[in-house]
Design a protein around this ligand. Sequence first.
Ligand SMILES: NC(=O)c1ccc[n+]([C@@H]2O[C@H](COP(=O)([O-])OP(=O)(O)OC[C@H]3O[C@@H](n4cnc5c(N)ncnc54)[C@H](O)[C@@H]3O)[C@@H](O)[C@H]2O)c1
Length: 364
Amino acid sequence: MPNPDKPRTDTVLKVGIVGCGAISRNHLEAFAAAEGAEVTVVCDIDPDRARETAAQYGVPEAVGSVAELLATGVDIVSVCTPHPTHEEVVLAAAAAGVHVLCEKPVAVDLASAQRMTEACDAAGVQLGVLFQRRFWPAAQEMKQALTPGHLGEPVLGQCTVLLHRDPTYYSATPWRGTWDSDGGGVLMTQAIHYIDLMVWMMGEPVEVTGRIATFTHDIEVEDTAVATVTFASGALATITATTAADTSLGARVQVTASSGATRAILEYPEGTDGRAVLRAVDGTVTTTPDYPADLVANADLRTINGALIPHHTAQVADFVDAVRQGREPAVTGHDATRSLAVLLAVYESSRTGAPVRLSGEATR
Ligand SMILES: NC(=O)c1ccc[n+]([C@@H]2O[C@H](COP(=O)([O-])OP(=O)(O)OC[C@H]3O[C@@H](n4cnc5c(N)ncnc54)[C@H](O)[C@@H]3O)[C@@H](O)[C@H]2O)c1
């Protein structure tokens, strides 16, 4: 997609986007802004959708299968298909020696995530996974504050995700809301972003206890969940998540460190930048109002996804640079597997009623 305003490099990496649904716009715009990369082909199993997307964004080619897309000789594949289909696309890209940036969740079960990371490691290609909220300036700053020499080791975390989804969110998209085609509910699709932030800040999770429930939506999977997480350091955290709230109250990640200092970030309304809303350090408390009165709480999904574009852009820029420099991207397939392991353990614990120990393999 030619963009005359962006800086040029000698070689331009060719990018193919697989899946031309709601989130593909974020990838198309993010790669359009990225230095040294250009979307040269889009793919969808619905050929009309692929053609329309190509026409709308000025992409030279539209194809109907991943094999055709890989045959065009791309350097990077961006995966924007429903979660359970991520694996087949990632494995095909790895087999072709192509770097992959995959939407979250990387997969819907651990064996699948591990096959993906192993295939990419063996092929020597980068696997990055979209957790664009890590690129909020407030998240980067909070992560930095929790490193040794600053506030001390994290000891207590709280991850609270209170969202609204209209019933049509589940009914209008056929793959949403079932265990087979969606892999889970609020934990798998929404809370995973904030679980990822918490795990990123707190370290290696080792044990999870949780319960899930479906209160409001007419879906197989959970619309509500609670859990506790124990980390290798001994730190403890809680997760509370729902899409059954009548009014979205956003998502908050709060961490208390061994010094006794507490920091929190809040994303409200959904889709906007997470803001540092609480700093309680050395007896001094700074807060910003949690809930400004004059805003739309339940924005539509297109608005929410649109508001995420700057963060997709930051993560895509990091991924393109990682490929160019031959370094790991900021969020790897292994990181994404670790966050996935936590929420899958909530499902298992809810099923069995027992705590679930996480295997080091998945969570390191
Ligand atoms: N990072 C974020 O904040 C964020 C936000 C929304 C969605 N997502 C993720 O993006 C992924 C897609 O979500 P969406 O809302 O765009 O879904 P969507 O249903 O709007 O779009 C999916 C598209 O993929 C196509 N498709 C399905 N299987 C395919 C295949 N094998 N090959 C090619 N195309 C195929 C479908 O025809 C459809 O056009 C999901 O994994 C979701 O979790 C991430």
